[in-house]
Design a protein around this ligand. Sequence first.
Ligand SMILES: Cc1ncc(COP(=O)(O)O)c(C=O)c1O
Length: 287
Amino acid sequence: MSAMVNVNGRITPERDAVISVFDHGFLYGEGVYETMRTYHRRPFLYDRHMRRLRRSARMIELPLPFTDEELAAQIRDTQALAKIDGEVYIRVLVTRGIGALTYDPKATPNPSIVIIVKPQVDPPVDAYEKGVKVAIVDVVRNHPDTVNPMIKSNNLMNSALAAQEAIKLNAFEGVMRNYRGELTECTTANLFMVKNRVALTPPLEAGLLPGITREFLFDIGKDVGVEVREQTMRDDDLFGADEAFLTSTTRELVPITTVNDRTIGRGVPGPITLKLLEAFRRRAEAD
Ligand SMILES: Cc1ncc(COP(=O)(O)O)c(C=O)c1O
């Protein structure tokens, strides 16, 4: 990995990118972040990512001391120094900042702002051509009244534990249920299934991250005449789906052909999934 990192305006190669152990992001996981990627070397859906970053920050009462344009300029400067040929991955983190060992936000008046720029790594072509296996895991997604999954939070223990389970099961991703036993999302992606040519995804109310790719897919569906809507889902709905796929910024749409040890549909990426993926890529290239 050859990353260039911007820590509070100071841009350095990754080996020199450091932050204080008294930063509350490190001490308490108090912070929010966004993951973006470029197409044609420009951050894709930047305005939507900034809207979500601001909502996440509001939900933890973290003031963001920059405008969208100011942050975009910092990203551009970091990207320019990274000198990466091809598309880049951009992670923006804002933490509570450095302060005394207390949860009182008054101890940390200055948030820390970190921008990581590194090469975008696409999933293997095989994942798109053959589809992937996911596993429904036992770790339950955070209850919305604890650390609300709507917050794209640096506190990722819930997802990390679920991902550990999926890795042990040799799965590409882990699917998490909520406290009611309904399916929510994957550890780093949103979940969709296709039934009777309609693309269905669990409702935000189930307790999940409002993915930017998930949101964009509602527009893509309109472009190509595929109905996309929210629907509560349980294990059996997914097992009985005609097709399934996951969505995320860095992976676009990845077909799911196996859930635990059950084959989904015909066991190959389905026609609606491929139609949406193709339309997504067209829009991403054009926008
Ligand atoms: C828990 C979770 N859900 C969904 C997503 C997908 O969101 P997006 O499409 O904005 O990348 C992510 C992305 O990292 C995630 O961490």
